[in-house]
Every structure is written in C-alpha cells, then in structure tokens.
Design a protein around this ligand. Sequence first.
Ligand code: FAD
Length: 468
Amino acid sequence: APIIVWFRRDLRLADHPALSAACDSGQPVIPVYIHDDQVASLGAAQKLRLDLALAQFAKALADRGSRLILRKGPALDVLRDLIGQTGAGAVYWSRLYHAAANDRDAAVKSALKADGIAARSFTGHLLFEPWTVETKTGGFYKVYTPLWNAVRGRDVAEPLPRPAKIIAPQHWPASDDLAAWNLRKPMQRGADILARHCTVGEDAAQDRLDTFITDRVGDYVKGRDLPGIRGTSNLSENLTFGEISPRICWHAGQRALRHGKGDAEVFLKELVWREFAYHLAHHTPRILTDNWKEDWDAFPWNTDITPQVAAWQQGRTGIPFVDAAMREMYVTGTMHNRGRMIVASYLTKHLMTHWKIGLDWFADHLIDWDPASNAMGWQWSAGSGPDATPYFRVFNPVTQLDKFDKDRAYVTRWIAEGQRKPNDDALAYFAMIPQSWQMRADAAYPDPVVTPEQGRRRALDAYGNRGF
Ligand code: FAD
C-alpha cells in the first residue's frame, strides 16, 4: 500500500530519513503538504517564502516523476481523506519540537494508529533529539556551554543521499492549486522585492553552504560580527524550511575544521545554538509564550504600541544601527545577528517594552522565522530567558556602531535620509512600507526618540527598583 510522506519544515530530498524510509520500503510514495491552521497563522513574509518553497519543492519532486499533493484543512481530516482515496497504509513525517506542532502530531499519531494506519515520526530537523541530551543529574541543559561540551564530540551520522527512486502511485489524488492558496496576499506591498531577496530550494541551499565553506568560514569569527559584509552563511532561511538539513551543515563544518579552518568550530557552535533553542522549546514550551524566568512577570514592561514602539517598528527611532537593522528586515526578510541583538536590546531596555511585541513583529517580517530561535533570541536579549544576557547589560547602539560598522557600510546601505544618492536597498524600503507611515526618503533623518543614555538610565532604574 502507498505511504504518505507528510512534509512540513523539511522541504528537501537529501538527508530526509522519513522520505528515505518510505522509498526504501519499495511502496509507492505520496508526498503531501497540508495548509492547516498553523500555516494560516504564519507571518506575511513567511507565507510568501513558503509559497516560493512549495513551488520549488513541487518542481524537484516532478523532476523525479513524483508530485507534491497540496491540501487545505485540519491535518488529521486531510490525512484520513487521502488514506480513504489512495488506500495508503502508512503516514511518515519528520518531527518538529515546539508545543503546537507536538500537540497536533501526537493527536494525529494516536488517531491514525487507532485507524490501523502505521503513523511514524522520524528525526531530521535537529542534530540531536532533545531526549538524548541530558545533564549528569538527568535533566536538560539550561545553559548553553555545558550543552555544547556534551555534544561537540558526538558521532553524528553521515547525511543520507537523495532517494534513488520515488515510486509513484497508480492514481494520484487531487491536489489544490498553489496559487489558489494566495500565500502572497498578506504582503500588501513589495512582495516582488522581498521575493528577490529569497534563496529558495535545496540546490540553492547546498550552493550557499558550499560557497560559505569555501570562501568565508575561514574568517567567520571576525566576519560574522560585521553586518556591513557578507560574513555568515545566511542558511537560516533554508534551515527553517528544511531545504537543507542540519546534518549536512554539521558535516561540512567538520570537514572544514579538519582542513585547518579553525573558525569552522564557531559555525558548528552556532548550529548547536539552534539545537539549544529547540531543546528548550521541547522541555519548557512556555519559553515560546511567557517569561522563562517567572520573576520577570513582575517587571513593569510597556505592553502598548506607543509612538516610540511604532518608531521602532518603522525603522525611525533616530538611532542609525537600530533603524538600519529594522529596514534590512523589512526589505530582505532577514536581519544580521548583531542587528537582532541591538534592536531587541533597544526595544526591551531603552523602550522598556515587552519582548513579545518584538517577537511578534519579527514573526511577521522574517523569512527565516523559527519558533524556537526567535523566542530564545528575544528572551536572551530581554534578560528573561535561560542563559540570558543580564538585564543590566544594555547595548549602546552608538558605540556598537563604531565597533561593528566602522566604515558605516551597513547604515549607508539601509538609511536613505541625508544621502545625496541613496542606494537601491535604502530606497526599496520606501517602496515597500505602507503609505500611512508617512516616511519619505528625502526627509531629514529623525532625532532619537530615546537617546542611548536616557534609555539606559531609565531601564536600570526600573530594574534596580524591582530588586532583580
Ligand atoms: P550563521 O552565523 O551562518 O549561523 C549558522 C546557523 O546557526 C544559522 O543559520 C542558524 O540556524 C544557527 N544560529 C546562528 N546563531 C543562532 C542563534 N543565536 N540562535 C539560534 N540559532 C542560531 N534565527 C532564526 O533562524 N530564526 C529566527 O526567527 C531568529 N530570531 C532571532 C531573534 C533575536 C532577537 C535574536 C537575537 C536572534 C534570532 N535568531 C533567529 C538567531 C540568529 O540571529 C540567526 O540565526 C542568524 O542571524 C542567521 O544568520 P545566518 O544563517 O547567516 O547564521
């Protein structure tokens, strides 16, 4: 009987244990993607990126004589319907590790099993399953470095090749038309500009990794901190959609290390930060929604979209590093890690605003949005998370600029105001933002809504008064 492979954040053929197991069984394989309420709740940029990812993945399957069947509705209903139509006897998928997906998948698994269907989940989205990494006393790691030390020397299985053959069923079930899902619609303006910044699909992701390993990983330690240059891998958008597996990245990093590129170890460490985020999300689901350290519930966060918070969202705080980073995200759907730390610090400390407001804004604008890394990043920045930066460590966005963007390449790329001939990226921002923001490229650059010193003092006072 055919096997349904239910794809979610694993839109690839190589190193896909669930797909390989289905193919190795010698049975026909029916690849399926389901538009359920979790897809409906994605942010606008993610939806656009998903549209591109699905089109590309459908093509990759078609090139191998297979198809991607698209269906809309609650996952269990869709799967039961497909099983009824195709006589499938099994459903395979790659595990995800955050609460909403876990709950859905557990319910689907037990219902299908009760129907007599072989429902099986596989590894693939992570290097190390969360339950295989334990501290000496049997708990999970709440601090990164001991986690890194525990896994750094582990054997990680070699990536699986693409399946040699994906047997097609005799009759294909009907599929929705991707265009009818209207995934681009929530992007009101600038969808084409954002789409041009996306690097989509398995082949493109592999090229990206190869180029990074050849050209940049040798200088990663220095390069990764400079937002004005391309110093990192930019693989986050591909990892979040599973267009490349973490194992493929891990082994590429290990090979570089063996060939004398010592900086590759820091790249491996970054991949383990991603693991850390998922392990935390798995063991303490509340990290996605609530202060991980509960005493932070008493902190006097602002929870409104005040004019200052709107200025943060709209990239017009008058602090160049913050504005450049917010505009970079608006136009490209990604933001340099240094920028993420600076804008998150500015929102949660200088503007004393709840990290959830930032988390939601990021979720709506990042093509590399990842539930676990986004939540960990925000709680790390705010001080409320595990192994977080202490609250009194307030980034100064002015001195940070002198340190990491000395020649102003980054702010010049993203801020048009005050420049005689702004570049295309700086102008693209104005072509994308809503007219209601009333921003003009030829206006004067705004004064700071809160200066670094004012913000810092206010945040530290609030912090001290609460006795944290
Ligand atoms: P590289 O430097 O090339 O690193 C390789 C890979 O390691 C990345 O692709 C990513 O998968 C992983 N990685 C690197 N740094 C981190 C980190 N700090 N935490 C977790 N994984 C990491 N990352 C996301 O993928 N999605 C998000 O939604 C996200 N939101 C963030 C929000 C905040 C407030 C902060 C501070 C960080 C956030 N990050 C997020 C982490 C990090 O900024 C990005 O992963 C990184 O900038 C991606 O660029 P890259 O692929 O070139 O990374």
